[in-house]
Design a protein around this ligand. Structure first.
Ligand code: 5GP
Ligand code: MN
Ligand code: MN
Length: 464
């Protein structure tokens, strides 16, 4: 397949339609020479080709530079489907529906935080429940949970956890219209009921960072980002609830495929027409799960604020933005001069409308970035960009390589305080398990899918 990759320029590769039988559109892979060398490490490129075969796809099957293997669709994959002729696929959204990133900023200086860092990190670690199956202090009745599923972050603000400015600086105002909680299974609700306000495990984290470098002064100041000041990044999603919704609808879609006579090259790509009953039920449930995820990050953000207020009274944490990187949205775009309504699947990819903040975590040992979306992204990639550094080592491989190492100590030597619920997870998440974040971000910056605003360095990390 690699020999059907044609380099278009320094940051773009075209995967020709001849690469795989049935491709309706070519693949467009954002990669420089460094990222290109990593394409051979797993079967993500084949997944790009498979996605290109799905009914109603418009434009390209995209891969962002953080591409790696995922369930059905690659992580770092983007695909837009015509609302009338196209499909919706749970594998194109991912198991952690609306997993995403929230960033808070401050005018607290690094030097001011150093003396209290241990106490602050410990206080955050105990205030925000983390770890597999961690449960929340918030006990919801099923009726309240339905309210969360309908109202998203707005529910949390109404309950006193946050303020209007948080919602104004959250994608979609923190609430997706059209959530259908009646199509979310009771099993999913049962799993989510006691998990609101929890971080979860593995790749999810809460990180204290410092603004290390500013690339775009005007954009940075609009986002309250100041060099040398502290930020807090929260990465988590819809917990067991979203996972169960995905699982439930993969089953529904497998049945729907036979009913609608849809043929796919990989059964993990199971899907249904957007306009079908099954498609609409999944979309409504996905929105409910996304509302749960946005409420979750809103609540965690609010708890973080309360903890910070104890240490730094009178020095508030400001919302920068909250954006999901596992989601499908129905959007209007202009493609080849024509107005199109499409369902854009972004799986491990971030929406990047012009002027919109884009939050890109890197790793606990390197850096993370804030970027801003562009007109170019709107014209070329259905307003999409990358979502992270992306894995180079599988979880198992990373654990194998770190066996016997004292990662907490090594991170401390790098100047990063780490608190984790599980040492295995810490091994899975070691910085070497990920691509070079600066290289990944450079690709999307050069391709102008989003432009660099600021670089953030980790100071302390809480891992689930
Ligand atoms: P995902 O949503 O695919 O699990 O993770 C998104 C991205 O988060 C990963 O590609 C990786 O670059 C980044 N990441 C994972 N762990 C950490 C961490 O502890 N700190 C930061 N800043 N980024 C991380
Ligand atoms: Mn994520
Ligand atoms: Mn996630």
């Amino acid at each position: 397949m690699k020999n059907l990759l044609k380099r278009m320029d320094n940051v773009r590769l075209l995967l020709e339609k001849e690469a795989f039988p049935g491709m309706a559109v070519p693949g467009l892979i954002y990669a420089d020479h460094y990222i290109e060398t990593m394409l051979e490490q797993d079967s993500a490129l084949e997944q790009v080709a498979h996605v290109a075969c799905l009914p109603g796809i418009v434009g390209y099957s995209y891969a962002m530079p953080d591409i790696h293997w995922g369930y059905g669709f690659p992580i770092g994959g983007v695909a837009a489907f015509d609302v009338n002729e196209g499909i919706i696929s749970p594998g194109g959204v991912g198991y952690d529906i609306s997993c995403g990133v929230r960033l808070l900023s401050s005018y607290i200086k690094l030097a001011d935080i150093k003396p209290v860092l241990d106490a602050l990190t410990t206080a955050l670690f105990s205030a925000v429940p983390s770890g597999v199956g961690s449960s929340s202090a918030i006990r919801l009745s099923l009726k309240d949970l339905d309210d969360v599923l309908r109202k998203g972050a707005r529910w949390a603000v109404k309950e006193g956890m946050g303020m209007q400015d948080d919602l104004d600086r959250t994608e979609e105002g923190g609430c997706l219209d059209g959530a259908l909680c009646e199509f979310v299974s009771s099993r999913a609700k049962e799993r989510g009921k006691n998990q609101l306000g929890t971080l979860g495990s593995g790749n999810h984290f809460l990180e204290i960072q410092v603004v290390d470098e500013i690339f775009d002064k005007a954009a940075a100041s609009q986002m309250n980002l100041e060099s040398g000041s502290i930020t807090v990044m929260i990465h988590c999603g819809s917990r067991g609830l979203g996972h169960q919704v995905c699982d439930d609808y993969l089953k529904v879609m497998r049945r729907a495929m036979a009913k609608y006579k849809i043929d796919v090259p990989d059964r993990q790509l199971c899907c249904a027409p957007i306009q079908s009953e099954e498609g609409q039920q999944y979309i409504g449930s996905m929105k409910a799960a996304a509302n749960f995820a946005m409420a979750n990050r809103q609540i965690i953000g609010s708890v973080v604020r309360d903890v910070f207020a104890q240490f730094f009274p009178g020095k508030p944490l400001f919302p920068v933005y909250d954006v999901s990187h596992n989601m499908a949205h129905i959007e209007k775009h202009i493609w080849e001069g024509r107005k199109r309504e499409v369902c854009v699947h972004r799986k491990g990819a971030t929406r990047a409308f012009e002027g919109q903040p884009v939050l890109i975590p890197g790793s606990m040992g390197t850096a993370s970035y804030v970027l801003v979306g562009t007109k170019k992204a709107e014209m070329e990639s259905f307003a999409s960009t990358c979502h992270g550094a992306g894995r180079v080592l599988s979880r198992n491989e990373a654990v194998k390589r770190t066996r016997g190492q004292n990662l907490v100590r090594e991170m401390a030597d790098r100047g990063v305080t780490v608190k984790a619920d599980s040492f295995r997870t810490l091994g899975e998440e070691m910085p070497e398990a990920y691509k070079d974040i600066s290289a990944v971000v450079e690709v999307v910056h050069q391709a102008q899918l989003s432009l660099k605003v600021a670089k953030l360095k980790p100071v302390a990390v809480i891992k689930g």
